[in-house]
Design a protein around this ligand. Structure first.
Ligand SMILES: Cc1cc2nc3c(=O)[nH]c(=O)nc-3n(C[C@H](O)[C@H](O)[C@H](O)COP(=O)(O)OP(=O)(O)OC[C@H]3O[C@@H](n4cnc5c(N)ncnc54)[C@H](O)[C@@H]3O)c2cc1C
Length: 391
C-alpha cells in the first residue's frame, strides 16, 4: 500500500492552507481533491472579508490559494475519499483510486448545500432550481426569480442575482434575516429585491422548466402561488463527513468535533474548516484552521511517531518523563542528562500528554522502563540518584 506522511482530504481554503504549512514544515504532503481545488469560494462572485484584499472574486481568490500552495510542491491528486479507517493501528485512506496509509490525516472536506426537500426540487434541479448564483444567474436575464433562505449567503447572493433578474423575491421562514447588518442594509436598499416573510416553499411547479412556487405562510397556514422562472436555494449546509461516520466523534448531524489543536477523537486525525463543529464558517477561519491543523499534524508526526520509535522498538529503554513548565523538574532533567548521558531518554511529558496517557503516567516526574514496548517498571522519582537502580 502507498505510504505517505500527511494526507489532506479536500482542497478548499482549509486544505490548501494546511498544504502550505505542512510543506513549509518539511512534511511529505498529499492533497486529495475530488473536483477542482479551491472549494466553495469558486462559486461566489465577490469576497469582501478576506483581510488585505477589500474585494476579490471567489474564483480569483481560489486560484491564488492554489498557486500559492503549488509553490511549495505538495502532491495534488484528483481522487474522492470514500472512507478513512484504522486498520491494525494504521490510518488508511480509501479513495476511488486506491488505498493510502497515512501517518496523519487532515479532513478538510467542507460542507455542501442543504436541500429544501419539497416536491419539484429534485425534478427541476438544472431546469430552474439552482444552488449557485455565479454558475446560473446569467440564465435569468430580465426574469423574476426567488431566493430561499435568510442567512448571509442567501441575502448576498440575492443582491448579486439582481444584476441579471428583473426582480428577486427572498423567501424566508422568519420575519427578519439572520445575515449581517451591512449585508441586509445593502440588499434592502436594492429596489429589485422584495422579501417574503414567514414563508416556506411547499412545492416547485412547472412543465419543462420552473414556472412557479407554492408558498405556505408559517403564521397563518395560508398557501399562495408565486410565478417565478428560477429558484435559488441557500438554506444552510451539511458537513461532508460521511466517509468518517462512526470513526470520529461528530455533532448535530455530522459536524466533526475537535479540540484546540484541531485533533479529532482519533489520534493522528485532524479536522479543519467548515466540516468541523465551529462558530463561524468563513474563508478566513478555514484558512486559520488549515494552519493550526497542519502544525498540530507536524507536531504529532515528529513527536509521537518519533517517540514511538525510540520508546517502543528497542529491547530496553529507561526514560524520564518530566514537565518542561516546572523549574524543579527541568533541574532534575538536566542533572539526569549530565549523570547518565545517553542511558536515560528524556521526554517532556507536559508536551507529550498522549504518550503519558498511553503509558499510564499521571504525575510527573516519572521514570519508566520498557522492553520492546511492554512496561516493565514505572517509578516516581525526586532526585537523579533514584534512577541508578533502574539502569
Ligand atoms: C455561495 C457562497 C458564498 C460565500 N461567500 C463567502 C464570503 O464572502 N466570505 C467568506 O469568508 N466565506 C464565504 N463563503 C464560505 C466559504 O466559502 C467557506 O467557509 C470556505 O470555503 C470553507 O473552506 P473549507 O476548505 O473548509 O471547505 P470547502 O471550501 O467546502 O472545500 C472542501 C473541498 O473538499 C472537497 N471534498 C469534499 N469531499 C471530498 C472527498 N470525499 N474526497 C475528496 N475531496 C472532497 C470539495 O470538492 C472541496 O473542494 C461562501 C460560501 C458559499 C457557498
Amino acid at each position: 500500500m502507498e505510504k505517505r506522511e500527511l494526507v489532506i482530504v479536500g482542497g478548499g481554503p482549509a486544505g490548501l492552507t494546511a498544504a502550505i504549512y505542512g510543506r513549509r514544515a518539511g512534511l511529505d504532503v498529499l492533497v486529495l481533491e475530488k473536483g477542482m481545488a479551491g472549494g466553495q469560494i469558486t462559486i461566489t462572485a465577490e469576497i469582501e472579508n478576506w483581510p488585505g484584499i477589500p474585494m476579490i472574486s471567489g474564483e480569483e481568490l481560489a486560484r491564488a490559494f492554489r498557486e500559492h500552495a503549488e509553490k511549495f510542491s505538495p502532491e495534488f491528486r484528483e481522487a474522492e475519499v470514500k472512507k478513512v479507517s484504522i486498520e491494525a493501528g494504521k490510518k488508511v485512506v480509501a479513495t476511488d483510486k486506491g488505498d493510502i496509509e497515512a501517518e496523519a490525516v487532515i479532513i478538510a472536506t467542507g460542507a455542501s448545500f442543504r436541500k429544501l426537500g419539497c416536491p419539484g426540487e429534485a425534478e427541476f434541479t438544472g431546469r430552474g432550481v439552482s444552488y449557485c448564483a455565479v454558475c446560473d444567474g446569467a440564465f435569468f436575464e430580465d426574469q423574476v426569480i426567488a431566493v430561499v433562505g435568510g442567512g448571509n449567503t442567501a441575502v448576498e447572493e440575492a443582491d448579486y442575482l439582481t444584476r441579471f433578474a428583473s426582480k428577486v423575491y427572498i423567501i424566508h421562514r422568519r420575519d427578519s434575516f439572520r445575515a449581517d447588518r451591512a449585508v441586509v442594509e445593502k440588499a434592502m436598499a436594492n429596489p429589485k429585491i422584495e422579501p417574503v416573510w414567514n414563508s416556506v416553499v411547499e412545492k416547485i411547479k412547472g412543465t419543462d422548466m420552473v414556472e412557479g412556487i407554492v408558498l405556505k405562510n408559517v403564521k397563518t397556514g395560508e398557501t399562495s402561488e408565486l410565478p417565478v422562472a428560477g429558484v435559488f436555494v441557500f438554506v444552510g449546509m451539511n458537513p461532508n463527513s460521511d466517509f468518517v461516520k462512526g470513526l470520529v466523534e461528530t455533532k448535530d448531524g455530522g459536524w466533526i468535533v475537535t479540540n484546540e489543536m484541531l485533533e479529532t477523537s482519533v489520534e493522528g486525525i485532524f479536522a479543519a474548516g467548515d466540516v468541523r463543529d465551529k462558530f463561524l464558517r468563513q474563508v478566513v477561519t478555514a484558512a486559520g484552521d488549515g494552519a493550526t491543523a497542519a502544525m498540530a499534524a507536524y507536531s504529532y508526526i515528529s513527536e509521537q511517531l518519533h517517540l514511538q520509535k525510540v520508546l517502543f522498538e528497542p529491547e530496553r529503554v529507561v526514560s524520564l518523563f518530566y514537565s518542561s513548565i516546572d523549574q524543579e523538574q527541568i533541574k532534575l532533567a538536566n542533572e539526569v542528562e549530565k549523570k547518565y548521558a545517553k542511558k536515560v531518554l528524556l521526554i517532556d511529558g507536559y508536551k507529550n500528554k498522549r504518550m503519558c496517557e498511553k503509558l499510564g503516567i499521571v504525575d510527573l516526574p516519572q521514570v519508566v522502563v520498557l522492553n520492546k514496548g511492554s512496561l516493565v517498571k514505572s517509578k516516581a522519582i525526586n532526585d537523579a540518584q533514584a534512577i541508578e537502580g533502574l539502569l
